[in-house]
Design a protein around this ligand. Structure first.
Ligand SMILES: [Zn+2]
Length: 406
């Protein structure tokens, strides 16, 4: 138990938490750094940095970076950099897709320690059974990595639907049986034995939102701060990032691009409306319209110039452009990142999409919207989900890594 000292008011405790987070975040983002550089970047004194590094080293979270010693010209003495060590916490990211489960384990730097993807049809049977099945997959992955005890600090879960701020599924047109479930805590309950008990961070989010965070943090896109990641699997969604922060709206439903109306008299949609973008540019519309079995087949057919494939992608690109122009006019984002299956289909979608943006997006007059292809492919959402867990831990490391405070 920690006892407050008269000369150590509570405020000092919260300051220490904040400062520890600053130090860890710098090491996570920048990699190995000398103590002096850590002091410069955080604005803390070198003595404070040394004390923090010592505490973090004792906990195994930070270690000396061998072979990376940098000579200090003024003294000629090597300044040994430090880096996040083999005892640093890891986070688990999970994506519950309509017909698959994928998971990754990552370090705070974003480095992937382990990854799996397995076909699982989430539409059949009781969602609770599907959740238990996914938990077994994740447990198998974590066990295969032979991590030390207590290394898993949290679990981030990406889901193809609207996720409320309380973590519950509010709407999932493609997985209607899952409405109302708290999939993050449901999975965590199965996985409790892996982590740190009550301290396990649990985050649940929409898959397009978490894919946007994945691309923002780990996609190595230059100067990406305001953008929308437009992606599709069975559904279509947009993850909106403004000023480097995710915008999810008041109830988590921002970015429901798939249900933006492209044609008020168009075909009926599973959401109850008509003419939604998903009916033109979702996976089902693309495969049924082209007569192909999967996205690889559709891409190959379009590459060969087969008329059905070419025309279905032209129609999808146009519909996507109409919807994306509305999004750009509302949010004034300068970049659209094409993710999910759109990344693979980008060579065929980009032309008609850009043509609609040119006509419809107001900012095109002075600064045309840049179209960028996502770099992380199918890994974006799980990497973003795990990254979100690390982000929360780095905001308040002492809560989740109490051994550091002593
Ligand atoms: Zn709809």
């Amino acid at each position: 138990m920690r006892v407050a000292r008269l000369d150590a008011p509570a405020r000092q405790g919260s300051l220490r938490r904040h400062n520890l987070g600053l130090v860890l975040r710098e090491l996570a983002v920048a990699g190995p750094l000398a103590r002096a550089e850590l002091a410069r970047r955080t604005g803390l004194t070198k003595a404070t940095i040394s004390a923090y590094v010592e505490a973090l080293q004792a906990a195994g979270i930070v270690e000396e970076a061998p072979g990376a010693a940098v000579a200090v010209p003024s003294r000629g003495r090597p300044a040994s950099p430090v880096r996040l060590g083999s005892g640093a916490p890891v986070a688990v990211g999970v994506e519950l897709g309509v017909d698959f489960v994928s998971a990754c384990v990552t370090a705070p730097t974003g480095e992937v320690v382990g990854m799996l993807r397995t076909p699982r049809d989430q539409r059949s049977g009781d969602p609770r059974d599907r959740l238990a099945e996914a938990a077994d997959d994740v447990a198998g992955l974590v066990a295969s990595l032979a991590l030390g005890a207590g290394r898993v600090v949290g679990l981030g879960v990406a889901f193809p639907g609207v996720v409320g701020p309380d973590g519950r599924i509010r709407s999932a047109p493609n997985l209607p049986g899952w409405n109302g479930l708290d999939v993050g805590r449901g999975l965590a309950a199965h996985l409790g034995r892996l982590g740190s008990g009550e301290r396990l961070v649990v985050e649940t989010g929409n898959e397009a939102d978490l894919a946007a965070l994945g691309e923002l943090w780990f996609g190595e896109h230059p100067e990406l701060a305001d953008f929308a990641l437009v992606s599709a699997e069975v559904g279509v969604g947009a993850g909106i990032v403004v000023g480097g922060r995710l915008f999810t709206g008041a109830t988590g439903a921002a970015g429901e691009l798939g249900h933006l109306t492209v044609d008020p008299d168009g075909p009926a949609c599973g959401c109850g409306s008509k003419g939604c973008l998903e009916r033109y540019a979702g996976l089902v519309a693309l495969l049924e319209g082209s007569g192909t079995a999967d996205i690889g087949g559709l891409r190959a057919a379009a590459d060969r110039g087969e008329p059905r494939a070419v025309s279905v992608l032209a129609r999808a690109g146009t519909a996507l452009g109409v919807a994306a122009a509305a999004l750009v006019n509302l949010l004034d984002v300068p970049v659209l990142v094409l993710g999910g299956i759109y990344a693979e289909l980008a060579p065929h979608l980009a032309g008609p999409l850009a043509a609609e943006l040119q006509i419809r997006a107001v900012r095109h007059l002075w600064d045309p919207v840049r179209l960028v292809t996502a770099r992380l492919g199918a890994e974006a959402a799980v990497r973003g989900a795990a990254g979100l867990v690390h982000d929360r831990v780095l905001d308040d490391p002492a809560t989740y890594l109490p051994e550091v405070l002593g």
